[in-house]
Write a protein that binds this ligand. Structure first.
Ligand code: ASP
Length: 324
């Protein structure tokens, strides 16, 4: 909170010089913060985006993983950065749940950011180690009910999508498991492949290739429709959990106070990147698609984000599961 007046002071001269600033922008590398470990789904989306946006911007975007505390450390870093367009954030649905899940934060999780545009919505998958004694979702539900806390469930910390999906799954099954938090689902996946943890629910951007390679077992996809990249995998509803539905949206943010021409320049470049054939193909391989251009705008993203905060607030409050 103490950062806000300082940012406002910094923003004033920047705003005056904004048109010239946007024309010259960028003159040095832009840092795109990923609030989870390398190798996970947010990291994958960010790196594909950074590569595709760089040429359009005529500059370089460097991805930096600032992982920990369910994605709040990376978000804090960006909320408190200079609002000059050289520090941006690639985050996911956690931006909508963290304002309710975390009652004490060292940054403002809503007013600390300016939206640039949405990127994609990614299906999730319920997956397990290859040696798990269940082959279908029904068998998995029976196993979870039988073993309960003797089963380990990996996630990326409180506020992570994998955490939310795990909560939904445990509540649908009516049985708690032991949760094992990681700094991102990249390292969690390494342990799942190694068989050190039993289960995880994560985006297809992290799981699709492992599922196709047979290094992990997949039980269901969490969207209403099957995913073309994994056509054999049933939806949770088809496999016996009718109301189990969740997908993970990603968006791009800058610190609040970043000059509007720079935000618009970044949004324009985001829209170009989302049409790049390389990115579109890679997204498709990983089970997802870019959002259409009208959703990759600051205004649409802002409305969607605020509506999603309002959607999650009563759910989290009713569950009473706060990070603190
Ligand atoms: N997929 C992770 C999550 O559960 C985060 C990540 O590593 O990208 O939110």
């Amino acid at each position: 909170m103490t950062q806000l007046p300082r940012r406002a002071v910094l923003a004033a001269p920047a705003a005056l010089a904004a048109p010239a600033l946007a024309q010259a922008y960028p003159t040095r590398p832009i840092t795109m913060v990923v609030p989870f470990a390398a190798g996970g789904p947010t990291d994958t989306v960010a790196r594909l985006l950074a590569q595709a946006m760089g040429p359009d911007l005529g500059g370089t975007i460097v991805v930096e993983n600032v992982a920990g505390a369910g994605g709040t450390l990376g978000a804090q870093r960006v909320a408190q950065a200079r609002p000059d367009g050289y520090t941006i954030l690639c985050h996911h649905i956690g931006m909508a749940t963290i304002p309710t899940l975390y009652r004490r934060l060292a940054y403002d999780p809503v007013n600390g950011f300016a939206t640039i545009g949405m990127i994609t919505e990614v299906p999730m998958t319920i997956v397990g180690r290859r040696t798990l004694e269940a082959n279908t979702l029904a068998e998995l539900v029976a196993l979870v009910r039988q073993r309960g806390e003797r089963l380990n469930y990996a996630n990326a910390g409180i506020g992570a999508a994998s955490h939310l999906c795990g909560l939904l799954f445990m509540s649908a099954v009516g049985t708690a498991m032991t949760t094992v938090p990681y700094r991102g689902t990249g390292p969690a996946m390494n342990d799942l492949v190694a068989g050190t943890v039993d289960l995880m629910c994560d985006q297809t951007t992290n799981t699709a290739e492992q599922i196709r390679a047979g290094t992990i077992k997949a039980f269901a996809v969490t969207t209403r429709e099957r995913v073309p990249a994994l056509p054999e995998l049933p939806t949770a509803a088809e496999a016996g959990l009718p109301d189990f539905e969740i997908s993970v949206w990603h968006g791009l943010y800058a610190p609040r106070g970043t000059p509007e021409p720079i935000i618009n320049r970044l949004s324009q470049s985001l829209q170009v990147a989302l049409r790049s054939p390389v990115l579109v193909q890679r997204f498709a391989d990983l089970g997802t698609t870019p959002v259409p251009p009208e959703r990759a705008t600051p205004a649409y993203h802002q409305r969607f984000w605020q509506a999603d905060i309002a959607r999650w607030r009563p759910i989290i409050q009713a569950a009473g599961s706060f990070a603190d």
